[in-house]
Design a protein around this ligand. Structure first.
Ligand code: SF4
Ligand code: SF4
Length: 736
């Protein structure tokens, strides 16, 4: 077990991978949620517009948090609510426990509140002799199973329908359980309905608080949250410190974003705005307590209902002051990031998650609310693939948050040798390339495998082959040449500097040569950048000092090239992701924050396939390509997708006359840098890749992928050869 870790995550992963019922349940549900979400948006542009708006509201809300909380509390109090602030879990559970005791509460009905799971409210109330019943179907299932939620929106997503029916029947003492969903719903209704009517206290969370009106907002589909908040004589809303937004009008954007992101619905079934104490219970009919809607209701001695709002801090205000982690507080708990996340899809939220927050966003939330060590335990399950950021309606950079947490873990407990080895792809290349034949042989010997095992690297994994003739060796020896010019054109079609990444240079020089060949054939003036490592291999190990230095060096080198009219071309998508997405974050806590070259680089760095497709779209790409009779199966790199250029490789291949191109959709290849090499994650990595392998094996054709780790994973998983799109285009060039 790694330093600073309490859980044995490797054995938890093995257990989850062996649980086929759980995997089937999650995989089916996730697939359907992703498909529904994809159909829910009128357009990509509208989604982008809404999420910019939502993020701006959240940024303002956090910036003005204390001021808004004061306004919210004042308005809610004026409307008859009792508002209290709880510094931590102990204070919140003590307040609610005391209230229950004072009011003689015996039965609490509780609906949909991750915040109450966070503070283990049920346990605290039960210790005081109160019975707590979960009113939400998923939560009720989890409660009966004695588990914690495994998803933010669908807490029992890891259970199959059959398992749920068996569980409910057993707990309710039903000898012949129903076989279908309708029967299941009837069972639950039977179980819950009377408890709503009998409960002495209802506890809810809140999706939002509105400072302007002092209202809380509850968004749901089943109607159980409405019942919980409206029927019992006492309603307690447990509201996270970060939940208050400034104005009622700000709610509109979230009402569009939240249901679409969560379940693919345009609108949820119920949206309740509760402002202050409600007049009287609407549905409650108990002995001695006549219905307020019945005859004589106005004159009855019905006691006034109570409404208590408990605003829970529990680490949130501290996180808001932490410039690296504050972004986690923008989360609106829609769960879209979980649905997009490959490791989560395979092992679920009990393994990839903390108490109670699951998935990649669960790690910063666990860090904020439970402390560092618990978060470190599952932090490395985040491969930093960025698929979640693409899905998140407030564009939270979850992989960056996890990188920061990994760095803090390294600072606290020290980085392991394996991390330090994987962080230095540049040094390994420099050391192994000059002796490549020997190094490649040595890396496959038994002593090398023993060393891998000792380091925690799966010896069954093949290390990438090193080439003695590097890309830079080839470049330095080739004669200077002018780009081919389209007939009648004087100037080059563009000027680019190729970013020389460690893998292209040392492991895949042929890909680099093909890239140069295609660009020059397109009339582009090509040079190479004398750059340092992009930093991505170190970043993914949570070692940020070297990448910070390299980022500064690269800004100088690449900024200078851009000033001289060059665009920067990346071949490895992960390097592009570092240049376009990570340098701003990497340098934001340094003296280089705000360096204008960061923006310059973001605007001028391209993936090579993206650059060529852009040229084609602008009518500037003139390649003389021979027709082919071939089928290409294209796997899109996660970072290409998160950068919004996921279809560029396929679009480039479609320019080759006669090419049949299929984009093979899968969550991820599973390798993601060094993730798949690590002993405890290797089986998970291969299981993630399984979907892609099966789809590729079902078709004839040449497999095309851009990243080196995708190539390596697909080659090992399918035995098929994988090439870069530029190798295909270079092969089709009719050269003079
Ligand atoms: S970056 Fe990838 S692995 Fe990490 S949480 Fe996001 S989707 Fe999951
Ligand atoms: S991080 Fe984003 S996608 Fe994930 S639950 Fe929060 S708001 Fe939704």
């Amino acid at each position: 077990m790694a330093k600073g870790h309490v859980r044995d995550i490797g054995s938890e992963i093995r257990g989850a991978l062996a649980d086929t019922a759980m995997q089937g349940a999650i995989f089916r549900a996730m697939g359907s949620l992703r498909a529904r979400r994809a159909l829910a948006w009128p357009s990509v542009e509208r989604f982008e517009e809404l999420r910019r708006e939502a993020r701006a509201v959240k940024e303002e809300a956090l910036e003005r948090a204390e001021e808004l909380l004061a306004e919210f509390s004042a308005r809610a109090t004026e409307a008859g609510a009792v508002v209290v602030r709880a510094r931590d879990a102990k204070a919140a559970t003590a307040y609610i426990g005391d209230l229950a005791r004072d009011r003689g509460v015996r039965l609490v009905i509780k609906s949909k509140s991750m915040t109450s799971e966070e503070i283990h409210l049920n346990k605290a109330l039960e210790a005081g002799g109160v019975t707590v019943v979960e009113g939400d179907l998923g939560e009720r299932i989890i409660q009966l199973a004695g588990e914690r939620p495994s998803h933010l929106v669908v807490p029992a997503i890891h259970k199959s329908k059959e398992q749920i029916i068996r569980l409910l029947a057993e707990k309710m003492g039903i000898a012949e359980p129903p076989a279908d969903a309708e029967g299941l719903t009837r069972l639950v209704r039977q179980d819950l309905r009377q408890r709503f009517l009998d409960a002495d206290m209802g506890i809810t969370g809140a999706n939002f608080g509105i400072a302007e009106t002092g209202s809380i907002v509850l968004i749901e589909n089943e109607g159980n949250v409405c019942l919980t908040s409206q029927v019992p004589p006492v309603h307690v809303a447990l509201v996270g410190w970060e939940k208050v937004i400034p104005r009622l009008a700000d709610l509109a954007v979230f009402l569009e974003l939240l249901p679409r992101s969560a379940t693919g619905q345009r609108l949820t079934s119920y949206v309740s705005l509760i402002t202050g104490r409600q007049a009287a219970p609407v549905l409650r009919k108990q002995a001695g307590r006549p219905s307020s809607t019945g005859p004589g209701a106005a004159a009855s001695a019905q006691p006034a209902r109570e409404f208590h709002i408990v605003i829970l801090d529990n680490g949130r205000s501290q996180a808001a002051a932490d410039s690296e982690l504050r972004e986690a507080l923008y989360c609106i708990r829609c769960g879209a990031c979980l649905n997009a996340c490959a490791p989560y899809n395979l092992v679920g939220g009990h393994v990839y998650g903390g108490d109670p927050y699951p998935g990649g966003i669960g790690c910063p939330w666990t860090y904020v609310t439970k402390g560092h060590t618990e978060a470190y335990d599952f932090n490395s399950l985040c491969t930093t693939c960025s698929r979640c950021t693409e899905a998140c309606p407030v564009k939270i950079d979850i992989p960056w948050l996890n990188t920061v947490i990994k760095e803090r873990n390294n600072r606290e407990f020290g980085a392991g040798l394996r991390q330090r080895v994987f962080a230095r792809a540049d040094l390994m290349g420099d050391a192994f390339s000059p002796i490549a034949p020997l190094a490649n042989l040595a890396l496959r010997t038994a002593p090398a495998h023993w060393s891998f095992e000792a380091l925690g690297i799966d010896p069954a994994r093949r290390m990438p082959k090193y080439e003695q003739k590097t890309f830079m060796g080839w470049w330095n020896k080739r004669p200077a040449r002018s780009p081919a010019r389209p007939a009648g054109e004087e100037a080059a079609a563009g000027k680019v500097a190729v970013f020389v990444d460690c893998f292209m240079n040392h492991n895949l020089p042929e890909v680099g040569k093909a890239v140069v060949q295609v660009l020059e054939a397109a009339g582009v003036e090509v040079t190479v950048a004398h750059n340092s490592c992009c930093g991505r291999p170190s970043l993914s190990q949570g070692l940020l000092e070297a990448p910070r230095r390299w980022a500064v060096d690269n800004l100088r080198e690449l900024g200078g090239l851009i000033d001289r009219g060059y665009d920067i071309i990346c071949v490895e998508p992960s390097c592009l992701s570092a240049l376009r997405d990570d340098y701003r974050r990497l340098l934001e806590t340094t003296a280089h924050a705000g360096d204008p070259r960061i923006q310059l680089l973001e605007d001028h760095a391209y993936d090579v396939t993206e650059y060529l497709v852009l040229m084609a779209q602008q009518g500037r790409l003139h390649l003389d390509l021979a027709p082919v009779e071939a089928t290409y199966l294209v796997h899109g790199h996660c970072h290409q997708k998160s950068l919004g250029i996921g279809s560029a490789p396929a679009e480039l291949l479609r320019l080759v006359p006669g090419a049949t191109v299929h984009e093979v959709e899968a969550l991820c290849c599973g390798m993601v840098g060094s993730f798949g090499y690590k002993e405890e994650y290797s089986a998970l990595s291969q299981a993630i890749g399984g979907e892609l392998f099966d789809k590729l094996q079902a078709h004839e054709g040449l497999v095309v992928a851009c990243g080196i780790s995708c190539r390596s994973q697909i080659e090992q998983g399918t035995g098929r050869t994988v090439v870069h799109p530029c190798e295909v285009v270079a092969g089709a060039l009719r050269l003079p």
